[in-house]
Design a protein around this ligand. Structure first.
Ligand SMILES: Nc1ncnc2c1ncn2[C@@H]1O[C@H](COP(=O)(O)OP(=O)(O)OP(=O)(O)O)[C@@H](O)[C@H]1O
Ligand SMILES: [Mg+2]
Length: 448
């Protein structure tokens, strides 16, 4: 990376002599020029998110022939602002304006209008936005898509338009401040993205913000607003069951986690069987290492086929796969169609199949409405204590952050499923966890 660093610095020095980037900005530029496919910048207002995106777009267009750079944002003003940064950079660079631009600015030609710059190498930069009247006919095919202030773009337009304006193997560079938990939060939790998180401390250290200004903002903003905008953290909803911090810790620890060689871990296969139209069957293999005293997910498998026989053969395939290890139990959501899966597995000779009924009585009857809620709270405790490790699986994480809780009329905790879709990954994990109830020391203990 030292060599790349040196070259990129030289390129900036030659092409943009007046520009001085911070270390983080330089790293982002290096990643774009090295064709890192997915990049996300999380930073406070005025840090320079749009600025470094503009520089990355400009240099990408100059250094690669025939490429299309698309600047996408919530409205034309925003995209034109990024384009304005680019034009300003060009004007201030004698080399770029004389040698790389096909047409001079002042000539109002279609190929060099307000929204488009064409280079001699046939590359172009286009300023687009989501309110384009023609958005349904995707007009772009970007090699580099810059999504400026992505967080404020509507989820529907983001999925159905913005994500379709990039080539299959194109680069996506998104930036924003984590003020909402929408698609931007999913992106943040997406394993494919390399994430740059710049909080105010780093921004001050790099000379992009002054401590005095930050302190002034702190006195003006609510605590939550400050955490979102300057500490650059996604804030949990008040009634969210799982804190984002503990989820994040669980997947960060996951990658470094190793069970002792040849340790006989215990494993449970949890099966949440699809019931309604949009549901899917999810199988979770959850393991427990007595040596480390930790639970960890070995595998998550989603099945799109609806036939019960396919569920059964997948379970049995997974079972065989892990047969060298200590397979403890298979737990199946036995409500409705799941009962069929239980029967079929037993017919095949599995004698360690256990049934799970979400609405069944909990161990602690005073505290929880039902067993599902109780398991959900046990999962919370495990997450908060760092005793369960999960992969950075965006579907599972998306489920977890959308689970809420309240109390019923008896004052018992009640878990509330997400409303937009069935939380199949969450349910499957709870079902697997239920298989460990003897280890979890449940009985009547106070656990949350
Ligand atoms: N490395 C730098 N050197 C000098 N000026 C910079 C640098 N980075 C950013 N700037 C300047 O800081 C100002 C704010 O930058 P920019 O608009 O990119 O911030 P932002 O993070 O996108 O903020 P916002 O949240 O308001 O969109 C701009 O005037 C930009 O030119
Ligand atoms: Mg900006």
């Amino acid at each position: 990376m030292i060599i790349v660093d040196f070259f990129v610095k030289m390129i900036v020095k030659t092409l943009l002599p007046e520009v001085e980037l911070t270390n983080t900005q330089l790293n982002i530029l290096e990643d774009v020029l090295a064709h890192t496919k997915r990049l996300l910048i999380l930073a406070p207002p005025k840090w320079g998110k749009s600025y470094i995106s503009a520089i990355s777009g400009l240099l990408f267009a100059i250094l690669n022939d025939n490429v299309e750079v698309v600047i996408m944002s919530n409205n034309s003003k925003q995209s034109k602002m990024v384009m304005g940064y680019i034009k300003n950079l060009i004007e201030r660079s004698p080399l770029i304006s004389q040698q790389y631009i096909k047409e001079h600015f002042s000539v109002p030609r279609p190929e060099f209008s307000d929204d488009k710059i064409v280079f001699k190498n046939n590359s172009k930069i286009i300023a687009a936005h989501i309110h384009d009247k023609l958005w349904k006919n995707v007009l772009y095919n970007a090699d580099l898509l810059i999504v400026d202030e992505s967080v404020i773009i509507d989820d529907y337009k983001y999925r159905n338009y913005v994500m379709r304006t990039v080539k299959k193997d194109g680069i996506i560079l998104e930036n924003g401040t984590p003020i909402m938990k929408n698609h931007f939060f999913n992106t943040y939790n997406d394993e494919d993205y390399k994430v740059y998180e710049i909080d105010y401390k780093l921004a001050v250290q790099e000379g992009r913000l002054s401590l005095k200004d930050v302190e002034k903002m702190k006195s003006l903003l609510s605590n939550t607003e400050f955490v979102k905008m300057y500490e650059v953290k996604f804030v949990d909803d008040e009634d969210a069951l799982y804190s984002h911090e503990s989820i994040k810790k669980a997947y960060k620890d996951y990658n470094n986690f190793k069970v002792p060689y040849k340790e006989s871990v215990k494993m449970v296969i949890g099966v949440d069987v699809a019931r309604f139209g949009d549901d899917s069957t999810v199988i979770t293999v959850l393991a427990y290492s007595p040596h480390k005293d930790k639970y960890y997910i070995r595998r998550i498998k989603q099945l799109t086929k609806k036939e019960l026989s396919s569920v059964v053969s997948n379970v049995s395939y997974i079972y065989t796969n892990y047969s060298k290890e200590n397979m403890y139990k298979i737990v199946v959501d036995a409500n409705g169609v799941g009962a069929g899966v239980v029967d079929m597995l037993r017919e095949r000779g599995y004698d360690n199949v256990e049934e799970f009924y979400a609405m069944a009585k909990p161990f602690n009857k005073e505290k929880y409405e039902n067993i599902k809620t109780e398991m959900a709270f046990i999962l919370k405790k495990l997450l908060d204590d760092g005793k369960i490790l999960i992969p950075k699986d965006s579907a599972l994480i998306d489920d977890l952050i959308n689970i809420r809780y309240d109390y019923n009329k008896y004052g018992q905790y009640r878990v509330i499923d997400r409303e937009d879709k069935s939380p199949d990954y969450f349910d499957s994990l709870l079902i697997a966890l239920y298989g460990f109830k003897n280890l979890l020391n449940l009985n009547e203990n106070d656990i949350s």
